[in-house]
Write a protein that binds this ligand. Structure first.
Ligand code: ADP
Ligand code: MG
Length: 456
């Protein structure tokens, strides 16, 4: 019995489609054919050395198994490289050059992705294990594993790194997969420009023609209501077409304000994963990883790495900042880093971010100013609404942003009882729920108090 090459390949390809995703098929198998069927082997015709290497590395045993279902005594797969789609005449002087270019593995850099942000450089700990594994599953099977996916966590905990790792993985492994990375800020800007230049169709086309859309920092979309509408439609178009969408946010979606309900509901569909601050061991591992990446001639001992891991706890960007500072210093003065140098150079990091100094006096002054009364009025026994309303707000804010007890706060308002303070706090809390304007006013007052507290 003779097997028809084309029929056999069609069969194998159909079986491959069951096992692999569409990007893998499009990237590696669309231009493959069977060249020859021999006694114990099959010769595959592949369009480039790169494709041959990739098939060899990743799919060899799968392919062999599939072929063996059809030809049980098959033991080997061979390859022949032929570029069918680029005809070059025999005496073309560029032939060799062209061949070289075609054969060169395409290890390129995606223009919007930082190649340093990949899975190999991402240290996995208890804090990010779930997020990292979900990200890897998505990268291997875009559009299928978890769609959409939302990664949230505080600033500097690796959201951008993880998101770009997905992009970089897909970019390296599925050359046919179109990946778009955009910060929410540039998405907004891009949209505004398209409105100004009347190029909305182009804008739509640009974002809706991708296979993976990565939108970083969606908290920056708050207030940009029209852009939110546009993102909503982009989302629907991509999701309907089973394209992968990933978002990052610096807080849980429920805490976002000024977000249209329908976009909120889209963000909440799919998988949500969070990134927490790393524990001590993970911080040490991250520092070691970052130090290795720097390839510096300067020595930094484990004791110093451990010192940094102990002192800088909440933000990975700051951990890295410490290393940058020490390496910079060491290279500048050409000296290895001692504990004394480290402690001295990293004083600011070890002290933590500067905190505003908030005194009762400051709070009373800011609030009295805002309501056009005096701090004395707040402490007095005056009971008109002009006085007791700002007084209650001052008590509420003090309770909110200081560690003072209700008893201590009462004493600062003309020796009032702690139950009065508790009552004031409850009153204001209830009013915030019914009076839409009050929340923003209190927010603004707190901001102003903290700002003044930084200066004092
Ligand atoms: P975010 O986007 O959450 O603000 P980034 O992704 O920019 O944070 O991360 C800040 C820095 O910390 C980056 O340099 C990133 O490489 C690094 N980083 C974060 N998490 C890890 C991790 N688990 N392993 C290695 N580096 C990390
Ligand atoms: Mg980020």
């Amino acid at each position: 019995m003779t097997l028809d090459k084309n029929v056999l390949w069609k069969k194998i390809k159909r079986a491959l489609e069951q096992e692999l995703n569409e990007y893998e098929i499009a990237s590696y198998f669309n231009k493959v054919e069977i060249d020859n069927i021999l006694e114990n082997s099959i010769v595959l015709l592949v369009p480039s050395l790169f494709i041959k290497d990739q098939i060899n590395k990743k799919y060899q045993s799968l392919l062999l198994n599939l072929f063996q279902i059809e030809i049980p005594n098959l033991t080997q797969l061979d390859y022949k490289i032929e570029f069918k789609q680029t005809p070059v005449t025999e005496n073309n002087p560029y032939k060799e050059k062209l061949k070289e270019i075609e054969e060169e593995p395409i290890i390129q850099k995606h223009k919007a992705l930082n190649p340093k942000y990949n899975f190999d450089t991402f240290v996995i700990g208890e804090n990010n294990k779930f997020a990292a594994h979900a990200a890897m599953a998505i990268a291997k099977n875009p559009g299928k594993a978890y769609n959409p996916c939302l990664i949230y966590g505080n600033v500097g905990l690796g959201k951008t790194h993880l998101m770009q790792a997905i992009g970089n993985y897909a970019f390296q492994n599925f050359p046919k997969c179109k990946i778009m990375y955009v910060t929410s800020e540039s998405f907004v800007n891009d949209f505004i420009i398209s409105l100004q230049n009347k190029t909305q169709p182009k804008f739509k086309q640009k974002y809706r023609s991708v296979d993976i859309l990565l939108v970083d920092d969606i908290h920056d979309l708050q207030k940009a209501q029209t852009t939110q509408e546009e993102l909503f439609h982009t989302y629907n178009a991509l999701h309907d077409a089973h394209k992968q969408i990933i978002f990052t946010c610096d807080r849980p979606i429920a805490e976002l304000k000024n977000l249209t309900e329908r976009l909120r509901s889209r963000f909440e569909m799919g998988l949500t994963v969070d990134l927490m601050p790393p524990n001590y061991e993970t911080r040490v591992a991250i520092l070691q990883q970052k130090f290795k990446e720097r390839n510096s001639s300067i020595q930094i001992s484990n004791t110093i790495i451990e010192l940094i891991a102990e002192k800088v706890t909440s933000n990975i960007r700051d951990l890295e900042g410490c290393l940058t500072k020490l390496i910079g210093y060491g290279e500048l003065v050409n000296k290895n880093i001692t504990i004394e140098i480290a402690e001295n150079q990293l004083k600011n990091f070890f002290a933590g971010p500067p905190k505003p100094k908030i005194s009762v006096d400051l709070v009373q002054r800011v609030i009295a100013d805002y309501f056009n009364v005096t701090p004395q009025d707040l402490k007095s026994k005056k009971r008109a609404r002009t006085y007791f309303y700002p007084r209650q707000i001052a008590m509420y804010i003090l309770r909110d942003i200081t560690e003072l007890s209700t008893t201590e706060i009462g004493l600062e308002f003309g020796g009032r009882d702690h139950t009065t303070v508790m009552h004031a706090c409850q009153k204001i809390e209830a009013k915030i729920k019914t009076d839409q304007d009050l929340g923003p006013i209190i927010h603004e007052l707190i901001r102003s108090i903290k700002e003044k507290g930084m200066k004092s």
